[in-house]
Structure formats: C-alpha cells, structure tokens
Design a protein around this ligand. Structure first.
Ligand code: PLP
Length: 422
C-alpha cells in the first residue's frame, strides 16, 4: 500500500508493454468489436469492456480508479460537474416519496439542487444545522429516510462536520452517509476512515486545481449493506438489464456499478475525456499544492486576525475557531485554502477593499493555484438584503478568499496595500 502522495502521482493507471506512460486521452465515443455476441455480453453486463463513452472509456476509467484509490473506495464514477455528482449520489438510492437528512452547511448549488430541483422530483429533505445535537439529528430521520448528506468543510461557511457522529447516526437508522469532501480533499481528510459510505467531489476545485476543467466524482466505500430491506433497487431484478440483481452480481461495488450502468446510461452527465485528462494531470501534484494552500491560508488568517481593519476571521485552522479541536481530530495536517473574514465598516468598505486588490483577482471560483476573492453580498447573494444575508450566515461584510500557492509575502503585501486604502 503506497502513501497517498505516491497514489496522487501513480495510482489508477498501469501501462502495459509499449503503451503510453501517461494516461492517454481516448477521444472516441465508441469502441470496435469483432462479434455481435461479445457486444451483447457487454450490454448484459456479463463481460467488462468499453463500448460507449457515455458509460465509461479508458481515460475516464483510469482517472476514476485514481480517485477511488485516494479515498480508499472500491470504485468511482466521474461526472460532468460536482452538481451532477451530488444529484446522482442521491438519485442512485432515493426515489419519489423518499427522504434525506442533510446539513444546512452545504454549498449553495447543492442546497438549490436539493431544496428545489430534487423536491420537485418528489424527494424530500430535512435540513439540520451544523451544530445540531445527536438528539436533534436523530429527530430529523423518518420512516422513509434513505440517506444522510453532509459537507466535510462547507463552502463558503467553513463549518467542519462531525463525520464520525453523522455516520454513527445514519447507520443506526440503516442509511448511508454521503460526504461532499471537495474542500479538504483526500490528502487532508478521508471520510471512509470515519465511517462515511459514499463520497462526492466537485473536481473543478482542488483536484483539478488549475481552474481548467469542470467535473465531479462519486466514490463508493463498498461498506454499506444495501440488503437491509430499504433498497429494493439493489436487491430486486433490474429488468432494463435482463434481471440483474446489483448486490448479487457486483457485491461490494453494487452502488457504484448501478450509478454507471443505470444512472449514467439514462441521464448521461458524463465527463469529457479531455477534462478527465486535465483532472488527472492536476491530481498528480495535489499533495504538493494542498500543503502550500493550507500553509499560505493559515498565514493569511493569522495576518488578518491581527489587523485592526478586520472585524473577524473564520478559518478552521485558527486556534480561535470553534472547529479548531474537531479540525485537529479529523485533519491534523491541514484543512483547506479557503478563509473568510469581515472588513470593518460593512458592505461599503468590503467592496472598496475588493476593488483595491491587485494580485488576488475577483472571480466566482475557489481552490485553484491563483489567489482569488469574492464578496458574496455584492455578487452571488446580491438579491438578498442585509437581514436575509444574516439569516443564511453570510454577513454583508464577508469576503471569501481562496488563498493560492503564490509566494506568501506577495499575497500578504497585496492584502496590506488594499487594507491601507480603506
Ligand atoms: C463547487 C462545489 C460544488 C459544485 O461543483 P461544480 O463542479 O461547480 O458543479 C459542490 N460542492 C462543493 C463543496 C463545491 O465547492
């Protein structure tokens, strides 16, 4: 078993004699076979092989295997975006009439997906606050609950989920825990080691790390028992595959196989081979980048905490943070490169500060190598008034900064000159 840093570089792809050393971009939608019988067996899932890129292809499969190795899962499926990964992670097990328990501390796009779009499809959600007690979380579960969903470090509020606790509660109710592990990445945190069953990522963030390729991934731990009576889709014949029973045919890989052969086949939000190649290139340096993102972010957070024009700083790595102990438990080597802070003087001063940044660019993104910043109150959340902002935990003076891997003194100098002007 190699160290995770080695897995970032080499896992997932073993070239045979004379094959390309680097994962090749197989830019082909389709694959050729000599006999109709062979192709028929592929269609019946009786043999392994590539036949149409909407299901998978050699590039996608190698990159998925790399990510499965990083998280310690039995298999993974790439998707076109993080949103597609979150959607399929739920719809693989939940149907109209089912229910999911979910933390409120999740990405805004995920909240809209769950609260609006999946509700429109008949899947109901109960949201619990990040610091809900065990009793409160338990009380959110119902007879028809089929999954529990949390974000390990939430974007943008930076709440750190008590994954071990959530896993224990979910399992007591006979349902899997799904964790969005985008922010810490498997380099800093591996939810399967704490009892999570399914992991999703927006690979558009640190895994790619260069802001070049949109993508997502679902990883299956292989540990959840789908035969407990709540999941007939796994234990009863799938007539669209001549009666295959996923748990019998695919064992530990039942969940991820069904995600590919059923959901990817029918819905089709596949990642492009070109993007998967860029993702793979990014992951090769993930452990180096994450380390620098974290040390730079901690330095920036400490700098801001000691600046008298700053009202508050939120970063799980700061000793003053309410999640400091929990972060040390789950992520002893670091959390993520994203911090948030409030500029004194409210919305006006925050906007002025943003306009004066030079090195840090204003973009709607996080987690790539370049430092960037966002003022939600004047951009992503601009339709809300100050009171509505407070209610969803986004203060009017909040600035979210994704600290890049540039030389730390240059980042601090940029912040200093921008603060000097307000
Ligand atoms: C960005 C993000 C998503 C959505 O991913 P896309 O690739 O933008 O679709 C989901 N979860 C988290 C935590 C994110 O930061």
């Amino acid at each position: 078993m190699y160290h995770i840093n080695t897995k970032c570089v080499q896992a997932g792809y073993e070239p045979k004699n004379g094959e390309s050393r680097v994962v090749p971009i197989v830019q082909s939608t389709t694959f050729k076979y000599d006999s109709a019988a062979t192709l028929g067996k592929l269609f019946d899932l009786e043999e392994d092989g590539f036949f149409y890129t909407r299901l998978t292809n050699p590039t996608l499969s190698a990159v998925a295997a790399k990510i499965a190795a990083l998280e310690g899962g039995v298999g993974a499926m790439l998707t076109a975006s993080g949103q597609a990964a979150s959607m399929l992670s739920i719809t693989n097990i939940c149907h109209a009439g089912d229910h999911v328990v979910c933390s409120t501390a999740i990405y805004g796009g995920t909240f809209n997906l769950f609260h609006k779009s999946l509700r429109e499809l008949g899947i109901d959600f109960t949201f619990v606050t990040p610091d809900a007690t065990e009793e409160e979380i338990n009380a959110a579960f119902k007879e028809n609950t089929k999954a529990c969903f949390v974000e390990s470090i939430s974007n943008p509020s930076l709440d750190v989920a008590d994954v071990e606790l959530y896993a224990r509660i979910a399992h007591a109710h006979g349902v899997p825990l799904i964790v969005d592990n985008t922010f810490p990445t498997p380099v800093n945190f591996r939810p399967f080691e704490w009892g999570a069953d399914i992991i999703v990522h927006s690979t558009s963030k640190y895994l790619d790390g260069h802001a070049v390729a949109l993508g997502g991934v679902i990883v299956d731990s292989g540990n959840f028992d789908w035969t407990n009576g709540k999941y007939p889709a796994f234990t009863e014949p799938d007539e669209s595959y001549h009666g295959v029973i996923y748990t019998e045919r695919f064992g530990k890989a039942a969940y991820i196989t069904k995600a590919v052969t059923h959901l990817m086949r029918d819905y089709g939000p596949q990642q492009s081979p070109q993007n998967a190649f860029l993702l793979s290139l990014g992951i090769e340096t993930l452990f180096l980048r994450v380390e620098r993102h974290c040390s730079n972010a901690l330095a920036v957070a400490k700098f801001l905490e000691n600046n008298d024009k700053i009202e508050w700083v939120n970063y799980p790595g700061l000793e003053s943070n309410k999640y400091y102990e929990r972060t040390k438990k789950y992520m002893p080597n670091g959390s993520c490169g994203v911090i948030s802070f409030g500029v004194k003087g409210g919305r006006e001063q925050a906007m002025k500060f943003m306009d004066n940044l030079r090195l840090a660019k204003l973009v709607i993104h996080v987690a790539d190598v370049r430092t960037c910043a966002l003022h939600p109150a004047s951009t992503t959340h601009r339709q809300m008034n100050d009171q509505q902002l407070e209610e969803c935990g986004v203060k009017p003076n909040l600035i979210r900064m994704s600290v890049g891997i540039e030389y730390i003194d240059d980042i601090i100098a940029d912040l200093t000159q921008a603060l000097d002007k307000i």
